[in-house]
Design a protein around this ligand. Structure first.
Ligand code: AHG
Ligand code: MN
Ligand code: MN
Length: 337
């Protein structure tokens, strides 16, 4: 095998070796997530075949009932993660309450929270979607089923965070606090191969990503910032380019590579914004910070916020460090037009 080929499994094993007390449990957990990602990738790719090959919206070629992709993605994650003995509990954007580990399976020391399919409204238009995951050590003592408390940890406690983007290729990006690494799924090998080692994001970006139709619902600081980025000023690189897919994973992934900011501010319609602290903001914040970027709720680091409930929403400003810092200044009123 070419020495240049590094599989996701090899990468995780080599990372884990740096930890003196590593048991291999984390490596197994990541392999379970990677397997789920391969299944979700396969099925999102097939979504366009509905109506041909004898498939209908509800029945597939085998005559089985086809579930909606977000439900399928959720079940795939749960089924991949419930039996390995690595988790004490899990939680999903698609489930109201925490998801306990079934009695018949052993308990582990980790906790996994996930958004099984992010951007799912885009699926029918063949636009990129993603899966986001966050892994913590359990905070309650070993030996008993995990609890809500285990799931309500601040992002500062993250052991690992990652996302999978199902785009023109399928890519898994993860960090354990030692840099951000990207792997592209090679369909012929069925393996994620290291394609983007040590990703860093530019300190200043050229892109802003926001749903600007909410402009009139925003507060003045946010409106001023958006007007500012659209002004012509060659010296400071304005106007910025506007790019908004409506799949946070894909928007943040593009901005991570090219430099830019993704914003989901509060509005008079949604006073805490739209995105979830636990499943979306925290894992993406950990990744972006590891890549040299910044993630804020406008006042403080996202990862410093202690979640109070599972589905809590949070305003999110995430991306290139200088741009996010400038947004904070506009929001505080320290900078105006
Ligand atoms: P999900 O599909 O998991 O519910 O998340 C959708 C989110 C996020 O991915 C995206 O950035 C945002 O919703 C788009 O919201 P708007 O349509 O309000 O712009
Ligand atoms: Mn989402
Ligand atoms: Mn979702």
């Amino acid at each position: 095998m070419s020495a240049r080929i590094i599989t996701l499994t090899r990468h995780i094993i080599e990372e884990q070796r740096k930890h003196p007390y590593a048991t291999g449990e984390f490596t197994d957990l990541m392999n379970d997530i990677a397997f789920a990602a391969k299944l979700i990738s396969y099925h999102t790719n097939k979504a366009g075949l509905v109506g041909i090959l004898g498939e209908t919206e509800n029945i597939n070629v085998q005559g089985e009932i086809v579930k909606k992709l977000d439900v399928f993605a959720n079940e795939t994650m749960v089924n991949a993660l419930d039996h390995g003995g690595h988790l004490a509990v899990m939680a999903s954007e698609e489930s109201e309450d925490i998801i306990p580990i079934p009695d018949k399976y052993p308990l582990g020391k980790y906790v996994c929270l996930f958004d099984p399919l992010d951007g799912s409204s885009n699926i029918d238009a063949n636009v990129s979607v993603g899966t986001i995951f966050a892994i913590y050590h359990r905070s309650t003592p070993d030996g008993r089923p995990g609890t809500l408390e285990d799931c309500l940890q601040p992002g500062n406690n993250l052991v690992c965070a990652g996302y999978v983007v199902y785009g023109s290729s399928t890519m898994l990006v993860y960090t354990t606090g030692n840099g951000v690494h990207g792997f592209t799924l090679d369909h012929s090998y069925g393996e994620f191969l290291l394609s983007h080692p040590n990703i860093t994001t530019p300190k200043k970006g050229k892109i802003y990503s926001v749903n600007e139709s909410n402009f009139d619902y925003w507060d003045e600081g946010m409106q001023n910032y958006i007007q500012y980025v659209k002004q012509i000023d060659e010296k400071s690189g304005r106007p910025l380019k506007s790019r908004y897919i409506g799949s946070m994973v894909s928007d943040v992934h593009r901005n991570l590579l090219y430099g830019g900011v993704f914003l989901y501010p509060p509005s008079s319609l949604a006073p805490d914004g739209k995105l979830r602290l636990t499943y979306e903001a925290n894992p993406m914040a950990f990744i972006i910070e590891q890549a040299g970027g910044k993630a804020s709720n406008g006042k403080q680091r996202i990862v410093d916020i202690k979640p109070e409930n599972l589905h809590q929403r949070v305003p999110l400003y995430i991306g290139s460090e200088k741009d996010v810092a400038l947004i904070e200044d506009f929001l505080k009123g320290d900078k105006t037009l």
